[in-house]
Design a protein around this ligand. Structure first.
Ligand code: OAD
Length: 250
């Protein structure tokens, strides 16, 4: 297949020689699967709400039903979505390098559904439902007209995602920092780089003089600092990058 992208030789050489590649993905990676990015305009019923005001413990405390319904809508949307060529290209990339770490801020399981074997989920998973008090995972709940309650302790149920102002799962965050600081190439894909602490992972790689490549059609705070900025949707450029890497001869 003819490769439409003319990747810099140095980039392919570094990727080809890399023993460990670390990738951080954000909502942009799922955009081509039809999952709206967090900062995109909400559609339909939800157009009047700011997602940053729904994804908080305060919003849940104030109006649990509203937050539950918003997540139920997103959960349904995610369940209907399919992984896109960018997700599948990352599965291929995993097979091409000796060590591969995939860190995601996405809660949609699309990397796992594409076949990525080990995914560090920094912000949890929307399909998992937990008790808001005891944090036990709940498999079945009664979806009546109200926000469902824990069958064991009667406290409210919530999605197992990290809300603004909440701390990230410490093991996932530690593993992510370690992988960002100890790889040979760091790819940052489809993230606005505005939400901490995930946004500091590329900075940690750059601090350790690791080649950093950004994939994002837009410019972000990372763009001026990355070694390469591929300004193309990930679903288009990632398959081409993997093909170029397979065909690369030093
Ligand atoms: P954002 O919605 O902030 O940013 C999405 C980024 O993807 C933007 O920079 C877009 O330019 C880019 N983008 C859009 N389409 C793309 C495509 N086809 N290919 C590549 N890039 C594309 O999403 P995140 O950075 O993931 O947190 O947001 C981080 C966190 O903030 C989310 O996990 C969520 C959110 O608020 C929590 O829920 C805690």
């Amino acid at each position: 297949m003819k490769n439409l992208f003319d990747f810099p030789k140095e980039l392919l050489a570094e990727l080809h020689a890399a023993r460990h590649v670390t990738v951080l993905t954000g909502a942009g990676t799922s955009a081509e699967s039809g999952v709206p990015t967090f900062r995109d305009a909400q559609t339909g019923l939800w157009a009047q709400y700011d997602p940053e005001e729904l994804a908080t413990p305060e919003a849940f405390q104030h109006n649990p039903k509203l937050v539950w319904d918003w997540y139920a809508w997103r959960r349904q949307l995610v369940a209907r979505a399919e992984p896109n060529p960018g997700h599948y290209a990352l599965v291929e990339l995993e097979k091409l390098v000796p060590k591969f770490t995939l860190i995601t801020q996405n809660v949609d399981s699309l990397h796992q559904r594409a076949g990525s074997s080990r995914v560090i989920e920094l912000h949890g998973n929307i399909s998992r439902i937990i008790c808001s008090k005891e944090r036990t995972v709940i498999q079945n709940w009664d979806d009546n007209n109200d926000c469902p309650r824990c069958p064991f302790c009667n406290n409210l149920l919530r999605p197992d995602v990290v809300w603004f102002g909440e701390t990230l799962p410490p093991d996932a965050l530690m593993a992510a920092y370690h992988a960002a600081q100890h790889c040979d190439v760091f790819l940052c894909i489809g993230t606005s780089g505005l939400v901490q602490p995930a946004a500091s992972l590329p900075a940690a790689a750059i601090h350790n003089n690791i080649m950093t490549v950004e994939i994002n059609p837009d410019t972000t705070p990372l763009s001026p600092h990355a070694d390469y900025h591929l300004k193309t949707p990930s679903g288009r450029v990632l398959p081409a990058l993997v093909t170029a890497l397979k065909n690369y001869t030093p």
